[in-house]
Ligand binder design. Structure first.
Ligand code: ADP
Length: 579
């Protein structure tokens, strides 16, 4: 609860005013039936018009106070709950942005989206409901009970029998519904993850004609959610009529006994109308409370899920970095006996005993079968993951000693699965450097062989990229991503298979341009084609998490069997294609 105090304090006035204003409604609700009974007993019975008018005016005044209190209460409760959730949402999003790759691996994206939307909405609703009902329901319950007891204690005994029964029904509702709401929220989570995966990859789905499969998969998840929602709702649905029945029977018993008392002359007529109203008030305040509890139970499941995100330990921070002010200066890279596995309990290491050095400004090529650990290896340089054993040094300093900002500013990386964001091409490129002149933007786009095709678009650099970059081709997207990384003018540039969709001639031009634009930058190029790394100063050949060959193209061709295999098989393929 302590965590949420910070979201309440700025809106404390609203948090206090809302329930207090609601209380004015209670005063009215409890007083009005009594005033009504006075009119009937004294005014109507004695034909005293002036008494009726006096008490009537009093009732109008009270009703006005109730309106003001009700509207004010509704206003402040809405304000408090909306502001509370908005701040919480901000913090939650900020927390997720801090997540390391490893942290993100723990939650699915869909689940994070559900937590940030649906779960927060649930909480907002309950906070609002709570502020409106917190004083009102108990206030009405106590007020109406006192009035009923003081008016006719004998009749009021009926209620004292019903209250424990209803309370038991509410307790039952709470205990059985709570776990079911947790399950329901999980199912919503799964559904959202499914929708997200299917929609972001809708093109793949279509190209593999998997629409029917996706529909069936969705239908199954939707059915699952429907069933668990119905299960939770069935409890609510069955509890409600039971409560209504209890309320109606109680009213009946009261009217029956009250009628007899009136006939016997032991009770004025007006008292019975007031009394029945109090009975209804007592029981409906209990029902309102049960609704608050019920939604509270649902929101508790959501709070738990929000807490999970908030409590996640960011496993990769620069809090203990020894050289926070240090910038990457030269771009020298050294791996010292590095081993790595994605999770602590995994037996198998994805990287084993990797050691190599790259001098500043040099080009290193990495080649190897898929799954051999190439991406994993380069991700350790900008600290997207931390090593399990050994050290990665940049300019002779352990990467864990840099501030993450300085390290990542010094290391430009074009990921294998790269993305553009909605916005213009220029805006996308400026991610690399917001201050860059248009001249520089274009220069880097030229180096990445992107300038020409960008200018061929009607709007040039102002062309809007659609969400997910769907209106540019794969090769164009790759080139824009390279230009974006170049604008950072990094000391180390990592290209993870980032020219796979670019034709060989254009790729050669990009490499050529690197010699001039990025003369002093250390470049690491992961590639499938030997042609892409042939000119590198050093080539690493990887297999199953190990480096099995290291040297120039000529050296490897002479000494490394795996490299020879790749080289000759690719050469044969090319010959077949050209023949
Ligand atoms: P490459 O880039 O050479 O194709 P990767 O470095 O992507 O290889 O993957 C190496 C191994 O690590 C593979 O077996 C892959 O399944 C595994 N792997 C990659 N990413 C993750 C991850 N986020 N969590 C767990 N295992 C992973």
């Amino acid at each position: 609860m302590k965590r949420y105090k910070k979201y309440i304090m700025p809106y404390l006035a609203s948090f206090i005013l809302a329930p207090v204003l609601m209380l004015s409604e209670v005063v009215g609700e409890v007083a009005l039936p009594r005033l009504m009974s006075l009119i009937i007993n004294n005014g109507v019975a004695n034909h005293d018009t002036s008494y009726i008018i006096a008490v009537g005016l009093c009732m109008i005044g009270m009703a006005l106070v109730m309106i003001i209190g009700g509207v004010g209460g509704a206003y402040f409760s809405s304000k408090a709950s909306i502001c509370f959730t908005s701040d919480l949402r901000d913090d939650l999003f900020a927390k997720v942005q801090e997540f390391s790759f490893n942290n993100i691996d723990q939650f699915s994206t869909g689940s994070l989206v559900t937590r940030l939307t649906n779960d927060l909405q649930q909480i907002q609703m309950v906070v609002m409901m709570f502020l409106r009902m917190a004083f009102r329901s108990p206030g009405m319950f106590v007020g109406a009970l006192i009035m009923a007891l003081t008016m006719n204690a004998r009749l009021a005994v009926v209620i004292l029998v019903v209250i424990p029964l209803l309370s038991a029904a509410i307790a039952f509702l709470m205990i059985t519904a709570y776990p079911l709401f947790g399950v329901m929220q999980q199912k919503i989570d799964r559904l959202n993850s499914g929708i997200q995966e299917s929609l972001t990859n809708v093109r793949v789905v279509k190209s593999f004609v998997r629409e029917d499969f996706e529909k069936d998969k969705f239908r199954a998840m939707n059915l699952d959610l429907k069933e668990s929602s119905l299960k939770a709702m069935n409890i609510v649905i069955t509890t409600m009529p039971v409560m209504m029945l209890a309320m109606n029977i109680t009213t009946l018993v009261v009217v029956w006994n009250g009628g007899n008392l009136i006939i016997a002359g032991d009770m004025p007529v007006g008292d019975l109308t007031a009394f029945t109203t109090y009975i209804v008030q007592i029981l409906s305040s209990l029902m309102m409370l049960s609704m608050v509890f019920l939604n509270g139970a649902r929101a508790m499941a959501s709070v738990k899920r929000i807490n999970e995100v908030m409590d996640t330990q960011i496993d990769l921070t620069d809090e203990n970095a020894a050289r926070k002010d240090l910038q990457v200066q030269k771009g020298r890279i050294e791996f010292q006996n590095v081993s790595f596995s994605y999770s602590a309990d995994a037996d198998e290491k994805v990287l084993e005993h990797i050691s190599f050095t790259v001098e500043p400004g040099k080009i290193v090529g990495i080649i190897g079968t898929t799954g051999s650990g190439k991406t994993t290896l380069v991700q350790l340089i900008p600290r997207l993951y931390d090593v399990t054993e050994g050290r990665v040094l940049v300019d002779g300093v352990d990467v864990r000693d840099y501030s993450l900002r300085n390290l990542r500013n010094g290391v430009g990386m074009v990921l294998q699965k790269n993305e553009l964001f909605s916005g213009t091409i220029e805006e996308n490129l400026r991610w690399g450097d917001e201050q860059a002149s248009m001249e520089e933007v274009r220069k880097m786009a030229e180096s990445a062989q992107a300038d020409e095709f960008v200018l061929s678009f009607a709007d040039g650099y102002q062309t809007e990229i659609e969400q997910g970059g769907t209106n540019v081709s794969g090769g164009q997207k790759q080139r824009l991503c390279i230009a974006r990384a170049l604008l950072k003018r990094p000391k180390i540039l990592i290209l993870d298979d980032s020219t796979s969709a670019v034709d060989t001639a254009t790729e050669a031009k990009i490499r050529e341009a690197f010699h001039t634009t990025l003369k002093d930058t250390t470049k690491i190029i992961i590639a499938q084609r030997i042609g892409s790394v042939e000119e590198a100063d050093q080539i690493l050949v990887m297999d199953d998490g190990k480096i099995i060959g290291m040297g120039t193209h000529e050296e490897l061709l002479a000494s490394c069997e795996a490299y020879q295999d790749i080289y000759y098989s690719q050469r044969d393929q090319e010959r077949q294609v050209s023949a």
